[in-house]
Design a protein around this ligand. Structure first.
Ligand code: AHG
Ligand code: MN
Ligand code: MN
Length: 333
């Protein structure tokens, strides 16, 4: 594969098809630079005194890590001057961040989970950043929560960075999925995989099994069958992985297949699940579907869900198509 930079890739995509414009190219370039800055900050860790709690809580009622707040700031600062955005929304902010009046505004809305898997940051396990791009509705100049409440199928672009042994950027613009590796010497993201495909079958599942007693019957049935292995109804053994960083689990599935489940559980009946629809489930569902996988909440396609709240939660079952369809069939039975 030709080793081209993210910028070259975007320029070539723009030439081949007119579905990417200069503002969207700038948005992606700027987000990639913010992810590079987050990767550098994370790499310093204790040396920079940036691990541990920030001593604050976010709108989700979760204690924030210092790096949650730092990553959020990096993304806000990187994106507010470019004139490509109408507003930004984040897991770490109650309401959308408006573009300061001293800067021009653009047609896009950017949503992000600035640091995904942050419970892992203090124990040096891979974390990431997830982002999603929507169009701002016509005529909306001060986008409130309502402007963001579009189904995932309306996304123009989605991606994630995973800060692991390598720092990777995975991106879809609705024409397949590409993966870029950060070259730390030149500071560029280099195209290292194109047209990623998730195998339709898999022998590997990802779930936080400590919640088993709270699962709904279809999920319990599905996981029991996997755990029964060769002697059970599936007639084969399965392997389990759970990183507790969605980006790391999803990247593994994009790379070698698998099924990821964070199902609705009865632990907190008020919550439809743990993961957030707008900046975790929707971008990941877009990427997974673009790679030939599937993503549902057990009953309907994630990308078809009409959001009602900016920070609403959703059950997530995604990955190898045939396994996701089996779980959905058990929900329908
Ligand atoms: P975040 O750190 O942005 O809150 O996301 C954490 C999410 C997701 O990354 C992961 O799959 C899940 O929480 C892990 O949940 P458990 O800790 O309950 O396993
Ligand atoms: Mn997250
Ligand atoms: Mn987060």
């Amino acid at each position: 594969m030709r080793r081209i930079t993210l910028m070259q890739y975007l320029i070539e995509q723009e030439r081949q098809r007119d579905w990417i414009n200069a503002d969207l190219r700038l948005l992606i370039e700027v987000v990639s630079r913010a992810c590079k800055a987050i990767s550098i900050a994370i790499g310093k860790g204790d040396l920079a005194g940036i691990l541990g709690g920030a001593g604050s809580e976010n709108v989700q009622g979760e204690a924030q890590k210092k790096l949650d707040v730092i990553s959020n700031e990096i993304l806000l600062e990187a994106n507010e001057w470019g004139g490509h955005l109408a507003a930004m929304a984040s897991e770490e902010m109650d309401h959308p961040h408006q573009i300061p009046h001293r800067f021009p505004r653009g047609e896009y809305l950017l949503l992000f989970d600035p640091l995904d898997g942050s419970s892992n940051i203090d124990v040096n396990i891979s974390v990431g950043t997830i982002f999603s791009v929507l169009r701002c509705p016509e005529g909306v100049t001060e986008p409130s929560d309502a402007a963001f409440l579009q189904p995932g199928a309306a996304q123009v672009c989605a991606g994630y960075a995973v800060y692991g042994p390598s720092t990777l950027l995975v991106l879809t613009l609705g024409q397949g999925v590409a993966c870029f590796t950060l070259d730390r010497e030149t500071g560029s993201f280099i195209l290292t995989k194109n047209a990623l495909r998730i195998p339709e079958d898999t022998g590997e599942f990802a779930i936080n099994a400590s919640n088993m007693r709270f699962w709904e019957p279809p999920v319990k049935r599905y996981i029991d069958e996997l755990m029964a292995g060769k002697g059970g109804p599936r007639g084969r053994d399965f392997n389990m992985r759970w990183v507790a960083s969605m980006v790391a689990d999803v990247h593994r599935i994009l790379t070698r297949g698998g099924v990821f489940l964070y199902p609705r559980d009865t632990k907190d009946p008020k919550k439809a699940g743990k993961l957030r629809l707008m900046y975790e489930a929707n971008p990941m569902a877009f990427i997974v579907e673009q790679a030939g996988g599937a993503a549902t909440n057990g009953r309907e396609r994630i990308l078809g869900i009409q959001p009602t709240e900016l920070h609403q939660r959703v059950a997530v079952i995604l990955g190898s198509k045939n396994e996701v369809e089996r779980v959905s069939a058990y929900h329908a039975a």
